[in-house]
Design a protein around this ligand. Structure first.
Ligand SMILES: [Zn+2]
Length: 223
């Protein structure tokens, strides 16, 4: 199975009445030689995040974690650990609702509450926002712009969230990842997660192919 690419995600999410367009978000930085950004959504999670952090550390890889505010409030020590390890933190809303049809006030509250939850203790400030499911409409575009946030989606969906078998995730990534891609993983999946096992295979292979790993902000800066 091929991973879901950016344009497909956006078409799935687009509401007909919305003037928001794929131009309003970053999906990749195509054409960048041998350089990808790994992103992990929905954490922190007490066991999955710990395991993924130790795998990333083992391979010296920096990634970007898009946190849910509620989870950051529950496990602030994991947020600290991510920051101390040199990873980037992004905002993934406070309670992870579908924001594509939400009204402006709801969108603002979701962004601001997540920001407060993540940053009031850590003093880490991000200007990256990933809407839940990668779905957004006009209200998200407006609220993000007013707060100087960049909307960040992805170009390769590993589908780890759907409990895709490890070998399929590995095949998807190794067949389809190109320089400049933003890869979507999760560090909080209900039930058994295939993500750590997949990472243990994918990371050494990509490194062997000469890839380096950057945070999303680094990827954007290198444009
Ligand atoms: Zn999510």
């Amino acid at each position: 199975m091929k991973p879901v690419r950016a344009g497909v995600v956006f078409l799935l999410c687009l509401t007909l009445a919305s003037p928001a367009s794929a131009k309003d978000a970053v999906y990749d930085c195509a054409g960048r030689e041998k350089c990808v950004a790994l992103t992990f959504d929905d954490g922190p999670h007490p066991t999955e995040t710990e395991e993924i952090l130790s795998i990333l550390d083992e391979y010296g890889v920096k990634a970007t974690f898009f946190l849910i505010g509620e989870n950051a409030e529950r496990w602030p020590e994991l947020v600290e650990k991510e920051i101390r390890a040199g990873h980037e933190i992004g905002n993934h809303s406070y309670s992870h609702p579908d924001l594509s049809k939400a009204d402006y006030e709801t969108v603002c509250r979701e962004i601001d509450e997540a920001e407060r939850a993540v940053w009031e203790n850590s003093e880490f400030r991000t200007r990256l926002f990933r809407p839940p499911g990668g779905c957004f409409g006009e209200a998200v575009v407006r609220a993000a712009k007013e707060r100087d946030y960049t909307l960040v989606c992805w170009s390769v969906d590993t589908r780890d969230w759907a409990h895709t078998p490890t070998d399929q995730i590995v095949r998807n990534v190794m067949t389809n990842a190109e320089g400049g891609d933003i890869l979507l993983f999760h560090d909080s999946i209900a039930g058994d997660t295939p993500t750590p096992q997949a990472l243990r295979i994918i990371l050494p292979r990509l490194i062997g192919e000469g890839y380096r790993f950057v945070t999303v902000s680094e990827l954007l800066r290198e444009e």
